[in-house]
Ligand binder design. Structure first.
Ligand code: SF4
Length: 363
């Protein structure tokens, strides 16, 4: 309810926690919020400018558009425009730049048939209305979107739809966090974990963060107080030399996640190695369509393979996703690269760190 939300925005209480944090801070705290929605929330609420200086705030790899690898972007841009193919996609992929300055928007202007959908389920109708074409849905995103796409494929099978394919580039969050923890450059003290992904996978897949790496991680809501309380908690643990993985977002996230959604997801998909922008190959971090469902597999149908390719020249998205650089450290930021004219995906997506910095950072 509105009242409940207001409680999480209470400025006096926020001030109290901020003062407590300041008094308890002994060294610095480098925390990464994994998800772009948190990045935006931290800026939008003004929290970023209120945090003590010793707290370094890093944006992580939780923006689905941003972590989609260059080769994956090129693959879907190349596929658009093929005869008898209708591409279906979420709107935020339309402007992601691929090779030679191409993107889906330009492909559409050149005659490719591209349909922006709001839900993967919209592709069922699209496929039925265009029986002589192949509808290819671009599957980008994490454990939040993968179950819905798996559900769409199951429904297509039930309805006898044979002209729907999924170009599956899904990725899973915990494996990426482990890759960052093993990267000395990232140097992360703690994570604010993504609310929506955690609502599906629960707490268990994150336990290694404390057990194996001695770092803390907290599932937090998106209100300023949610974030502040979680940071305060991490400072307390850091002072005591402890590390924990906890769920502070119990009003939405159950510790066990959503077993039904996971079941549907793993009925259709299986873990595979995947390429992440800026990070490279992370073993077991992607989802691929299982053989039993290969009728829906766009990669098989169109012979698409994904290989590592050079990063976009000049774009530092990769380093930003790893917490090594901040957006304003990229020489192109606000110069060659703006939301109207994005050079990299971190400026395209509203959840991207560069877009959030551009919109909210006052300097
Ligand atoms: Fe890439 Fe633009 Fe961000 Fe620089 S400002 S890292 S070019 S998206």
């Amino acid at each position: 309810s509105f009242e409940l939300l207001e409680k999480f925005r209470d400025p006096a209480l926020s001030r109290k926690i901020l003062d407590k944090m300041q008094s308890e801070l002994t060294g610095g705290l480098r925390f990464m919020e994994v998800c772009g929605t948190h990045t935006v929330a931290i800026f939008q609420s003004g929290l970023r400018s209120l945090l003590p200086e010793e707290i370094v705030h890093l944006s992580g790899p939780g923006c689905p558009v941003c972590v989609t690898h260059e080769s994956e972007v090129n693959a879907f841009i190349d596929l658009a425009g093929k005869d008898n193919v209708i591409m279906a996609t979420f709107g935020d992929l339309m402007r992601v730049p691929g090779h030679n300055g191409r993107n889906l928007k330009k492909a559409a202007a050149d005659g490719a048939r591209i349909k922006v959908v709001y839900s993967p389920f919209d592709t069922l109708k699209l496929a039925k209305e265009n029986p002589n074409d192949t509808v290819v849905f671009i599957g980008v995103g994490f454990e939040t979107t993968a179950p819905t796409i798996a559900g769409t494929m199951k429904m297509a099978r039930e309805q006898g739809i044979t002209n729907l394919r999924v170009l599956c580039f899904h990725k899973t969050v915990p494996t990426a966090l482990e890759a960052l923890l093993t990267d000395a450059m990232s140097n992360i003290d703690g994570f604010i974990l993504p609310g929506h992904v955690s609502a599906i996978i629960g707490l268990e897949p994150y336990k290694f963060i404390a057990e194996k790496y001695g770092k803390s991680a907290v599932v937090a809501g998106f209100e300023p107080l949610d974030i502040l309380q979680s940071l305060d908690q991490m400072i307390g643990w850091q002072n005591k030399g402890e590390a924990h993985v906890v769920n502070n977002y119990t009003r939405i996230v159950s510790d066990d996640g959503n077993a039904k959604a996971r079941e549907i997801m793993y009925e259709v998909f299986e873990p595979v190695d995947a390429l992440w922008r800026g990070i490279g190959l992370i073993p077991g971090s992607g989802l691929e369509i299982r053989e039993e469902w290969e009728l829906f597999d766009a990669k098989k149908e169109f012979g698409i393979t994904i290989e590592d390719s050079p990063a976009l020249p000049g774009c530092k998205c990769g380093d930003i996703l790893k917490g090594i650089k901040q957006p304003d450290e990229c020489p192109l930021f606000k110069k060659a690269c703006t939301p109207a004219n994005p050079v990299g995906p971190c400026m395209v997506s509203t959840e991207g760190s560069c877009a959030a910095y551009y919109k909210y950072k006052l300097d």
